[in-house]
Design a protein around this ligand. Structure first.
Ligand code: KG4
Ligand code: ZN
Length: 337
């Protein structure tokens, strides 16, 4: 039996998880409420909160898993990408904790971990993707189409040239005066709105890359122009605005995914990352899968946003290869993969 402790601290969630082979025994996440009134994550506050949270979170993760720390085989941690001050807390904790237990440490790339969360074994998990498959990774900081050849071999075949999908949700929400993070707020409002009420331009890019900055700007100008005519424009049209911007983001995401299927000939598709929690994206993906004959993998909501179970499973695959890190490893803020 292989017991791995996973540690995630790349942004504003402090998380620890214990897995036994691929099986999740615990997945504890401490959210940092401190950022909501600032309309976004404040890096300095995030690292301070990680320092306060990390030991209690690990303690609870071990207790819930019902194991002793000396049963652990390795500690996997997010090396990057993310906020350096936040990553340093998880990395430093991992080094000293593993050193005291005399067990190896395993660095994990956060974006690869989002993808590998599909291999976590949980009560709800029915089946896992087979290699090679495509993964649309949509998070707060990244938007990628990845060809996943094996747990260790992944090719990014499309990426955003400016803003990420989650960032676009968050910025649209901020413009509308909704709290951070805006993605779930837009999702909720969109449920009662008309997705065809307003239309926004979609980028014209020929390859598999994305662009969202034009959409964000046109949404900003559209609201500014309408607010000049009616102070209550946003309030009166909240649900329709949310539904329309959400529908546009989803259309952009799925159009390129369709193209990626045509280009690669791979029709086994997974989605991952915070935005993969979006109910509209899930419904639309299911529809396309039915129409096009795709086999799709939609993660359990609890593994969409940042969590340490995904770090632990990515670590588990590396553990099997004895792919360990040395004690002088340092975090990176941008993805190296
Ligand atoms: O993967 P994640 O937790 O963190 C990063 O690695 O960035 O993703 C966070 C992003 C945020 O932008 C958040 O607004 C978005 O995921 N998000 C959603 C939903 N839930 C979270 N976006 C749209 N609909 C949702 N239901
Ligand atoms: Zn993430």
């Amino acid at each position: 039996m292989t017991y791995i402790l996973g540690i995630e601290s790349s942004c504003d969630e402090t998380s620890a998880s214990v897995i036994k082979n691929t099986r999740v025994l615990s997945n504890i996440i401490a959210n940092q409420g401190v950022h909501s009134s600032y309309g976004g994550v404040v890096p300095e506050l995030a690292s301070r909160a990680h320092q306060q949270n990390i030991i209690p979170v690990v303690d609870v993760a071990l207790k819930e898993a019902n194991i002793q720390k000396n049963q652990l085989c390795a500690v996997a941690f997010t090396r990057g990408p993310g906020l350096l001050g936040s990553l340093l807390v998880g990395t430093s904790f991992t080094k000293s904790f593993a050193l005291a237990l005399n067990i190896p440490i395993i660095e994990v790339d956060h974006l690869r971990a989002h993808i590998l969360s599909h291999f976590l074994d949980d009560d709800d998990r029915i089946n896992t993707p087979t290699f090679p498959f495509l993964c649309l990774t949509v998070s707060g900081g990244h938007t990628q189409i990845v060809k996943v050849i094996s747990p260790s071999e992944m090719d990014i075949i499309g990426t955003t040239i400016d803003d990420a999908a989650g960032e676009t949700f968050d910025k649209a929400a901020k413009i509308m005066g909704l709290p951070y993070p805006g993605g779930p707020e837009i999702d909720k409002l969109a449920n009662t709105g008309n997705p065809n009420a307003f239309s926004f331009p979609k980028p014209r890019i020929t390859d598999l890359n994305y662009s969202f900055s034009g959409l964000k700007t046109s949404f900003l100008y559209f609201l500014r122009d309408n607010l000049k005519k009616d102070d209550d424009f946003i309030e009166k049209n909240k649900a329709d605005l949310a539904a329309s911007i959400q529908a546009t983001i989803i259309e952009i995401l799925l159009d390129k995914l369709k193209k990626a299927v045509t280009v690669t000939g791979i029709n086994e598709i997974a989605i991952a990352g915070g935005v993969s929690a979006n109910s509209g994206l899930r419904v639309n993906l299911r529809q396309i899968a039915d129409d096009e004959g795709w086999k799709i993998f939609i993660p359990n909501i609890k593994y969409t946003t940042d969590n340490a179970a995904m770090i632990a499973i990515a670590g588990y695959f590396k553990y099997l290869e004895k792919d360990f890190s040395s004690q002088d490893v340092t975090p990176y803020s941008r993805s190296s993969f």
